[in-house]
Design a protein around this ligand. Structure first.
Ligand code: BG6
Ligand code: MG
Length: 218
């Protein structure tokens, strides 16, 4: 029997270079609120929902706010974020990602998205990779954000795959923890110090070769 595995990809910072736009939009808001917000702080926000991200920033600055204010800031952050995305196209796809997606597709493997973002679908459309996905689970589908494994569990279920046969690509600490909790194979994309809990680690997708993908498939 042919081996078929479920390959689940995070979106922001894994498929597309949008993590930097999230950072810019949060940093703009933090500045307006007089809160210092660095790249190091930003690691805590990666993979985390929009609502939780705002709470983390407010906690960093020791700022108390009403629900009304928070709702206004969440809308403002998303509008700023979307303004960076207006003109994005396939050039936003991170190096090495397309060859990996196409290799897996040619090997008849299953491919899903497992993202916390509520903006995932338009990003996949604009960058032209939507047709490569067999299933999509995003921030509109889940009630529990990473590090809760819900997003990946839903993705595996949609692909009719067991957790043990599922492989997750992630750039966030929260996402690696979610994959590990679900007993899936976690593959960190990024920095070894930040993502030390990942089962396998690559600086970016250009370091992932076909031989490695074959070991995951078999
Ligand atoms: C995750 C990002 O993929 O999605 C987070 O890593 C982001 O930074 C989260 O906050 C929610 O995204 P959005 O697009 O719904 O605000
Ligand atoms: Mg990410």
């Amino acid at each position: 029997m042919t081996n078929i595995k479920a390959f689940i990809f995070d979106l922001d910072g894994v498929i597309v270079d949008t993590a930097r736009y999230h950072f810019l939009a949060w940093q703009k808001l933090a500045q307006e609120l007089g809160i210092e917000f660095t790249h190091e702080h930003n690691e805590q926000l990666k993979g985390v929902s929009r609502v939780r991200s705002l709470d983390i920033i407010l906690e960093l600055g020791g700022v108390q706010a009403s629900q009304e204010e928070k709702d206004k800031w969440l809308i403002q952050k998303n509008e700023d974020y979307l303004s960076y995305l207006v003109n994005i196209d396939e050039s936003e796809i991170l190096p090495g990602v397309l060859p990996v997606l196409h290799y897996l597709k040619n090997k008849n493997q299953l491919i899903a998205l497992g993202s916390a973002s509520k903006n995932a679908r338009p990003i996949l459309e604009k960058t032209g990779v939507m047709p490569l996905f067999d299933a999509i689970v995003d921030g509109n589908d889940v009630s529990n954000a990473k590090p809760d494994p819900e997003v990946f569990l839903q993705a595996a279920k949609k692909l009719n795959a067991t957790n043990e046969n599922s492989i997750v690509f992630e750039d966030s600490v929260a996402g690696i923890q979610a994959a590990n909790t679900a007993n899936m194979v976690s593959i960190g994309i990024g920095d070894a110090t930040t993502l030390h809990e990942a089962k396998h680690l690559f600086k970016d997708f250009t370091f992932i070769d076909e031989a490695f993908l074959d070991t995951l498939i078999n």
